[in-house]
Design a protein around this ligand. Structure first.
Ligand code: PMT
Length: 391
C-alpha cells in the first residue's frame, strides 16, 4: 500500500471544515501512515485535540512551547520531520502567514521549519478566497513548490479529491525511485586569462528546477552546476564547476552507475585555445583570440549510452522542431526540450519557460509555465519513457 509507513503531518487551522481533517486522519491511519497533528487555537475551539490524539495515535501539538515532554524535539521541529505536510483546512490567515514566514503559533511555526512538500486544501468564504492578497499568497506558495487543491469558490474540495491528491502525491514521489539522475545547470565560463572569460548566459533556474523535481520523484540526484547565484537545493548532492571541461569531468565521475542524464546547462561551444595564468596587460588596440571547440559533453555521453536515458535541451531562436530533431539523432538522445530563447518568458534567466518536447515519434508543445512546473512535466515525460522502455 502506497501510504504504508509514510510520515505525514496534518496542520489544522480554524476553518469550519476542520472536522473533515478527522475523516482524513482516520483514512490515513487505516492506510498505514504515521500521522502527527498540529492544531491552531481556533481549530481547537472547533474540534477536540483529544479526539485527534485518539484517531492519529500520537500526541497533538497545540503550542510551540510544550513542557509536557511528549515530543523528542520542540513540537514544531518534530512536526516538520515528515514525508508530506498536509494543511487541511487552510484558512486565508494561515496562507498569509506561511507566505510571509510568520511563525507565531504551532501550525505556522511548523510550516516555517518544514522541508517536506506541502499539500494545501484551502477552505474559506468566496470573497476571502478571491481577495487579491489571498490569491497572491497562494501564487507565491505554489511558486515555492506547494501543491494547492482548491475550488474556485474557495470551498473545501470533497474527501475523495483530498484522498486522490494525497495518493497522487505519493505515486509521483516514487516515479524515479531507485534511479540515479545527473542534471546539469547554468552556464560555463572559459577563461582567457586569470581575470577574463568568455561564457554563456544561464541562471541555472531551469536545471535546478529539474534537479528538484527529480529528487521529489524519489531519484538520487547529482546536480552539476556551472557558476550560478543559486543556493544548493536541500537534499541534493551538488558539484560546482566552472568550465565545460570541468563539467565534462564531473559528469564522467558520476556516469558509470547513472540511469538518466538531463543536460539543462548552457555549455559554451568554444573556449580560448590558450588560457594564460596571469592578467593580460592592456595596451594593444586590437587583440586576436583563437578559439577551439569545447567537448560536446552530451554527444560524448550518447556514444557510451548503454541502457541510460539521455535528455538534452536545445536553445534555439528559429526552426525549433527541426533543430531539436537533429540534436536528438546526432547526440543519440531520448528526449530533447527545445526552448525558443528569443521568445518572451522563455529561455535564459526568467522564471518561466515555453518548451517543445521532441522524442523520436512525438512532439508535444507546452504552454508558458513556471520553470518549476515545466520541470515536473519533464520528469513526468522521463518516467513515461522509462515505463515504455520497460514494457
Ligand atoms: O539556466 P536558465 O537561465 O534557467 O536558462 C535555461 C536554459 C535556456 C539554459 C535551458 O533551458 C537550455 O536551453 N539549456 C541548453 C542550452 C544549450 O546549450 O543548448 P544547445 O542547443 O547549445 O545544446 C544542446 C544540448 O547539448 C544541451 O543539452 C547542452 O547542455 C548540451 N551541450 C552543448 C554544448 C556542449 N559543448 N556540450 C553539451 O553537452
Amino acid at each position: 500500500m502506497i501510504l504504508e509507513g509514510k510520515k505525514i503531518t496534518v496542520g489544522i487551522t480554524g476553518g469550519f471544515t476542520a472536522y473533515k481533517a478527522a475523516d482524513i486522519i482516520g483514512w490515513l491511519k487505516s492506510a498505514g501512515a504515521q500521522v502527527q497533528v498540529a492544531m491552531t487555537a481556533s481549530a481547537c475551539q472547533l474540534m477536540s485535540p483529544l479526539m485527534l490524539q485518539v484517531l492519529s495515535g500520537n500526541p497533538v501539538a497545540t503550542e510551540v512551547m510544550d513542557s509536557s515532554g511528549r515530543w523528542k524535539a520542540s513540537p514544531h521541529i518534530a512536526l516538520a520531520e515528515c514525508d508530506l505536510y498536509i494543511l487541511l483546512p487552510a484558512t486565508a490567515n494561515i496562507l498569509a502567514k506561511a507566505a510571509h514566514g510568520i511563525a507565531d503559533e504551532i501550525v505556522s511555526a511548523s510550516l516555517v521549519a518544514n522541508h517536506a512538500p506541502v499539500l494545501c486544501f484551502p477552505s474559506m468564504n468566496v470573497h476571502m478566497y478571491e481577495n487579491p492578497a489571498t490569491q497572491s499568497n497562494l501564487q507565491l506558495l505554489q511558486q515555492r513548490g506547494w501543491t494547492v487543491v482548491a475550488q474556485s469558490s474557495g470551498r473545501l474540495v470533497d474527501d475523495a479529491q483530498i484522498e486522490t491528491a494525497i495518493m497522487e502525491f505519493f505515486r509521483r514521489s516514487q516515479r524515479l525511485e531507485g534511479k540515479k539522475v545527473i542534471v546539469s545547470a547554468g552556464p560555463t565560463y572559459e577563461f582567457i586569462d586569470s581575470v577574463s572569460f568568455v561564457g554563456t548566459r544561464g541562471s541555472g533556474k531551469m536545471g535546478y528546477a529539474v534537479a528538484e523535481a527529480a529528487a521529489a520523484a524519489g531519484a538520487e540526484v547529482v546536480l552539476v552546476a556551472g557558476p550560478v547565484a543559486l543556493g544548493d537545493p536541500h537534499g541534493i548532492r551538488v558539484k560546482h564547476v566552472v568550465s565545460a571541461a570541468e563539467m565534462e569531468a564531473a559528469i564522467a565521475e558520476e556516469y558509470g552507475d547513472a540511469d538518466i542524464v538531463i543536460m539543462a546547462a548552457a555549455v559554451a561551444d568554444y573556449r580560448p585555445q590558450q588560457a594564460v595564468d596571469h592578467k593580460l596587460k592592456k595596451g594593444l588596440a586590437q587583440r586576436q583570440l583563437d578559439m577551439v571547440l569545447t567537448p560536446d559533453i552530451l554527444a560524448g555521453l550518447g556514444r557510451q549510452k548503454g541502457g541510460r536515458l539521455l535528455v538534452g535541451f536545445a536553445a534555439e531562436t528559429d526552426n525549433l522542431e527541426q533543430y531539436a530533431k537533429g540534436k536528438l539523432a546526432e547526440k543519440n538522445l531520448d528526449l530533447v526540450l527545445a526552448n525558443n530563447v528569443s521568445q518572451e518568458g522563455a529561455g535564459f534567466d526568467v522564471d518561466t519557460n515555453i518548451l517543445t518536447a521532441v522524442t523520436a515519434d512525438n512532439i508535444e508543445y507546452f504552454p508558458k509555465m513556471s520553470k518549476k512546473a515545466a520541470a515536473e512535466q519533464i520528469i513526468a515525460l522521463v518516467a513515461e519513457l522509462l515505463d515504455q522502455r520497460d514494457k
